[in-house]
Design a binder for this molecule. Structure first.
Ligand code: 5RP
Length: 230
């Protein structure tokens, strides 16, 4: 009998996207993140769209996908507390702290996460790391502050570069730019997030320690592994 081949990364994303449905509370609004893993979750969410009043979305891209599947999208300012926020991550550490923003949606992601009682992270197992920092850290900035923030990261040993798209600086859903910072090892994510958020011109740093995950559903070759951080 042929041995089954290892699941692809895409299959692992679909697995955790489907598994996240168990955290959606019928009758309640769900917070929805951004990215290829969340896209699998949105597709799965369509199967229970009649059980929820709608979603609060963290990006124009997720809003478009939700609407295309017939899931109502509410503005975050119309909603008080959200029971659960489901989103992916670029890295997640053993305490549930994350790097996010690979899809440039970090600011709205942090806003919706802060509005939610519980963050459920969905990711394939390649995202689990011992310490944050190998993935280039996204930082959303006000464009006029770029040079100074590049120098501030250099003083910490980081190399920051402006994210480009089609030959021009990428413009976020909020009309701002993104720096991606390599060369950092973030030993104390809470302190790092607090410090960088104070730098003038920083809109949002892509460390999610104050808004860390409560649960992570990790897609592995052996199925979904659940990590709890409460
Ligand atoms: C977008 C994000 C995403 O959650 C993160 O980049 C992971 O994306 P993917 O599921 O495509 O790997 O933070 O800003």
């Amino acid at each position: 009998m042929p041995t089954p081949s290892a699941p692809t990364q895409d299959e692992l994303k679909a697995l955790v996207g489907q598994a996240a449905l168990q955290y959606v509370v019928p009758g309640q609004i769900v917070g929805v993140g951004t990215g290829s893993t969340v896209n699998k979750f949105i597709d799965a969410l369509a199967t229970m769209k009649d059980q929820i009043p709608g979603a609060v979305s963290s990006s124009e891209a997720s809003t478009a996908r939700l609407k295309a599947l017939g899931i109502p999208v509410l503005d975050s300012s119309e909603v008080e507390e959200i029971s659960v926020y489901i989103d992916g991550a670029d890295e997640i550490d053993p305490r549930g702290c994350m790097i996010k923003g690979g899809g440039a949606a970090l600011t709205r992601e942090k806003i919706v996460a802060a509005q939610s009682r519980r963050f459920v992270c969905i990711a394939d197992e390649s995202k689990l790391v011992d310490a944050l920092g190998a993935f280039p850290l996204p930082v959303e900035i006000i464009p006029m502050s770029a040079q100074r923030i590049v120098r501030q990261f250099a003083a910490l040993g980081g190399q920051a570069s402006l994210r480009m798209k089609d030959g021009s600086p990428l413009v976020t859903d909020n009309g701002q730019h993104i720096l991606d910072v390599t060369g950092l090892r973030i030993g104390d994510p809470l302190a790092f997030e607090s410090a960088v958020n104070q730098w003038p011109g920083v809109v949002t740093v892509g460390v999610f320690a104050h808004q860390k995950a409560a649960v992570c559903l990790l897609g592995t070759a052996n199925g979904v592994r659940t990590l709890s951080f409460d």
